[in-house]
Design a protein around this ligand. Structure first.
Ligand SMILES: Cc1cc2nc3c(=O)[nH]c(=O)nc-3n(C[C@H](O)[C@H](O)[C@H](O)COP(=O)(O)O)c2cc1C
Ligand SMILES: [Mn+2]
Length: 445
């Protein structure tokens, strides 16, 4: 059973020791981002009680770790991706409800500056909302669309909308404009990881129908106050706005997923007309370029790569796009020589972001970079098992055309000499180390 919303999820995480609490007041520009970074390094969720003297709590690294996420979804580490893969084919339309926790407070006036919006990097232009999900109604299909589009704080009711032309969100904005419709967008902040992962998925489906499929029950949505968009009933905060088509301003920079500052560009403004929230709302944020952002993007794409690679090679067991999306590791039980390359090519075909793809045997831990390097060093013939593939689509962010080539590495052991590649294994007892540890300090005895 998956929890209903962010709050119940965080309660569970706190009980399991996965949540760090910061009760001291922290600064949104000089303290909070660095503390989030360190929490991410410890693979813990972090909840700030007070930012800039305001009482709205801030949560970051909500996904925590792959291990915790799997536990909270009720499946083993490998099972998380399988679960998402299975459920992608069983979408469940959202259910519209009349009343919702996110309507507990319907603000009379909007002042975005009252929100604890963080400034993440030294070179960022200012505070950005990074954990919000932009929701629009596609007038053509009648379906809603959701995705993450970072929002630069520009004023009490103005946000610079960093919605790239490659997104469906941008297409819908353009379509509504052509049809002479209001270019409405809601931003939902503070969601459960199921809805967060669904919104990060590259799909043509309604992201909340996908989330319903993963949950096994429809996601509850509620109508906005001022625009014709429906939002998650259990979101913490919802901003309702209109994209001002004739009003563009410089947006950026904000450090991106690759760890660079993109160029400042003229972008549209999202004008916020209404804010609704739960009582004592929790503001959710995501550190760009972090392991959390990567995990969010990796999980649904691992499901896609797993499907494609397995179609090419049935012996594919698992794939990883973590901790860095452009590096893919495929774990397989090879039946014939050549299969690792087939699986790798399928992965490249599926996700253009992948720049380096490494195939490893089933005895290698694909989530452990050291183990993957061990496989390359001890099993790959570097003059035969590497292929450079040229002139293929790379990252969408590629002004210098540096990412149009890819490296494939077959780091699997040759089938005919299996016995020479048997891994050592340390003789181990059943219990974990903790079961053996004494509870005292140093003693001179
Ligand atoms: C934390 C996070 C931040 C993101 N920021 C942006 C952004 O600022 N602009 C953008 O166009 N895409 C951004 N993305 C990627 C899009 O959200 C992603 O491509 C999504 O699938 C787009 O959905 P859509 O195609 O349905 O519009 C971000 C993704 C994540 C996970
Ligand atoms: Mn979409």
């Amino acid at each position: 059973m998956i929890e209903r919303d962010l709050r119940t999820y965080l309660q569970d995480a706190a009980r399991a020791g996965e949540l760090l609490f910061v009760d001291r007041d922290v600064d949104p520009a000089t303290e909070a981002p660095g503390l989030i970074k360190r929490s991410i390094e410890r693979e813990k969720i972090v909840l700030f009680r007070s930012v800039a003297g305001r009482s709205t709590r801030v949560v970051a690294n909500t996904l925590g770790s792959r291990r915790w996420l799997s536990e909270s979804f009720g499946c083993g580490t490998g099972g998380l991706v399988s679960r998402i893969r299975e459920h992608q084919s069983r979408v469940l339309a959202p259910e519209l409800v009349a009343s919702a926790p996110v309507k507990e407070v319907v603000a009379r006036a909007v002042d975005l500056r009252a929100l604890p919006i963080l400034t993440m990097h030294e070179g960022d232009a200012g505070p950005y909302i990074t954990g919000g999900i932009g929701i629009q109604l596609d007038p053509e299909s009648g379906r809603q669309n959701a995705g993450y589009y970072s929002l630069q704080l520009k004023g009490s009711d103005r946000l610079g909308l960093r919605m790239l032309a490659s997104t469906q969100g941008y297409e819908i904005f353009q379509r509504r404009l052509r049809l002479g419709l209001r270019t409405e967008m809601a931003v939902a902040i503070g969601l459960h990881p199921v809805e967060m992962i669904a919104a990060a998925t590259h799909t043509l489906l309604d992201e909340f129908a996908l989330a319903g499929g993963i949950r096994g029950e429809p996601v509850k949505l509620v109508k906005c106050e001022r625009i014709d968009v429906s939002v998650p009933a259990y979101a913490e905060i919802v901003l309702e706005g209109t994209i001002l088509a004739d009003d563009m301003e410089p947006e950026g920079p904000i450090g991106d997923w690759l760890g660079y500052y993109p160029l400042v560009e003229a972008r549209h403004i999202l004008k916020i007309e209404q804010l609704t929230c739960r009582r004592n709302p929790i503001y959710q944020t995501i550190l760009p370029g972090s392991a959390e952002e990567n995990l969010l993007l990796a999980i649904p794409r691992e499901a896609d790569v797993l499907r494609a690679a397995r179609r090419a090679v049935p012996g594919v067991r698992d794939v990883s796009l973590h901790p860095f999306l452009p590096v893919c590791v495929i774990q397989l039980t090879k039946a014939r020589e050549g299969e690792p390359m087939n699986a790798i090519l399928a992965a490249f075909g599926e996700v253009p972001f992948i720049k380096i793809c490494i195939a490893v045997d089933e005895d290698v831990d694909l989530h452990d970079a050291r183990d993957v390097l061990w496989a390359i060093v001890t099993r790959a013939k570097l003059d035969e098992d590497l292929e450079v593939i040229r002139n293929v689509l790379g990252f969408s962010r590629d002004p210098h055309h540096r990412h149009r080539s890819k490296l494939a590495v077959d780091a699997t052991a040759p089938l005919e000499h299996r016995e020479h590649f048997r891994r050592t294994r340390v003789v181990s007892p059943k219990g974990d180390l903790d079961a053996y540890l004494a509870r005292h300090e140093w003693r001179d005895d």
